[in-house]
Design a protein around this ligand. Structure first.
Ligand code: FAD
Length: 381
């Protein structure tokens, strides 16, 4: 049993923390208010190789482990939750392409992601099908050697900013086995997009995307026909740990700031940390976050070691985003009237992280996944 990162990973983690505090944290609130990332952010993250972490070195990436990708998400989100979310999107899509794409597709698509030139969106959700994505309706109809995509995707992170998306559409009969994945341009004239007005995650630019008969050649179908749904669900088993670590990074930042404040702020002639009513909730969140962190890294350790991780991924998905939102809320209250101001990061962190209670699967569906493993499908909801 060993709870430490290896020396190289620990050095990288410390380097990232210092980079993120210096270069990202100062922009977090302003970018959130502006609803867009400041100029140069993408290039800085790309220079550090963060978009290409999971991409093989010969294709311009780092060939890093899933555990290292979790370290990146945690440390970046500690300074700027939304920058961490941007990286997570690149990690999820590049991992799906790397795992399920052909050699030719990997060579064609992955270098641009590694270089930060293209951060793909992922388009699964539709107006009528979110949790029930296996019933999605977007049509992919045969047209000569390719396909024509018609239908609407909604709630797509980076939908306003990405030039490309991994989109899932129905190529066959009903159910998950009739779904295939396509890597498509969002700049084509047959594609139109409309932004959401979100309470958080604003630089991410969530959007509805309409496809009006977009032609996609056969070579842009990802992997095999009818295997699209499986590929994205396997990807989610992994990305759920990244989402948890994004939330742990940001939630822990709020708790750390509140602990510091509790030593500085005086009331009734003593530091407020001397009051159990202030100290104990912070202690409780510090404990829960630490436990959640261990389970999140266990998921990634399992992925790296080729072990089953669907249940553990679902466990952190239902547990951690809400835990971290509540932790930031407690930190906000510790700051008293100051915490209620947008000059402090806690309310923005809460709003940004709340999206992760829904995106990539809600707590309810995640608990169903866990229940199926613990009780067996026959006895689970
Ligand atoms: C910030 C954010 C980012 C997102 N990014 C993306 C993205 O990049 N790409 C993408 O494709 N999608 C994205 N989504 C969409 C997200 O994956 C869906 O919103 C999610 O899967 C839930 O679907 P829904 O909103 O349609 O809710 P519904 O499926 O309509 O569910 C509504 C409510 O009913 C509950 N419910 C549904 N079915 C069950 C059940 N069987 N048992 C118990 N409760 C149930 C749900 O938990 C929820 O509380 C994003 C969402 C958010 C909020």
């Amino acid at each position: 049993m060993n709870f430490d990162f290896d020396t190289e990973t620990e050095a990288f983690r410390q380097h990232l923390r210092s980079f993120a505090q210096t270069h990202l944290a100062p922009h977090y609130l302003a970018d959130g208010r502006a609803g867009e990332f400041h100029a140069g952010l993408r290039e800085e993250l790309a220079q550090l190789g963060l978009f290409g972490l999971l991409i093989p070195e010969e294709l311009g990436g780092q060939g890093a482990s899933k555990t290292v990708s979790g370290v990146v998400c945690e440390e970046i989100a500690r300074a700027d939750f939304n920058a961490g979310w941007l990286i997570t999107n690149a990690l999820l899509v590049s991992d799906i392409i790397n795992t399920h794409g052909t050699d030719e597709q990997r060579k064609r698509w992955l270098p641009a992601i590694a270089a930060g030139e293209q951060i793909p969106a992922i388009g699964l959700t539709e107006p009528g099908h979110g949790t029930d994505a296996g019933a999605l309706e977007m049509k992919a109809e045969r047209d000569g050697d390719g396909w024509r995509l018609t239908g609407e995707k909604t709630s797509i992170s980076l939908g306003m900013h990405s030039d490309v998306a991994l989109v899932f559409a129905r190529t066959g009969g009903p159910g998950a086995k009739g779904i295939s994945g396509f890597y498509v341009p969002l700049t084509a004239k047959e594609v139109s997009r409309a932004p959401f007005r979100d309470i958080g995650g604003r630089p991410i630019g969530r959007a509805a995307i309409h496809f009006d008969g977009l032609y996609v050649p056969q070579e842009d179908m990802l992997g095999e026909e009818g295997k699209g749904f499986t590929s994205v669900m396997q990807g989610f088993d992994y990305s759920r740990a990244l989402i948890a670590l994004l939330c742990i990074g940001a939630g822990q930042a709020s708790i750390d700031e509140a602990l510091e404040y509790a030593t500085q702020r005086h009331a009734f002639g003593q530091p407020i940390g001397k009051f159990q009513g202030v100290a104990f909730p912070l202690v409780e969140y510090a404990t829960h976050l630490r436990a959640a962190r261990l389970l999140s890294y266990e998921v990634l350790w399992r992925v790296d070691n080729g072990m089953p991780h669907t249940m553990e991924g679902a466990m952190v998905k239902w547990w951690v985003p809400r835990l971290a939102v509540d932790a930031a809320h407690e930190a906000l209250l510790t700051f008293g009237q100051l915490g209620y101001s947008e000059e402090f990061p806690h309310s923005q962190r809460m709003r940004d992280m709340m999206g992760m209670e829904i995106g990539d699967g809600t707590a309810q569906v995640s608990k169903i996944v866990v229940a199926r493993q613990l009780l067996g499908r026959e006895f689970a909801p």
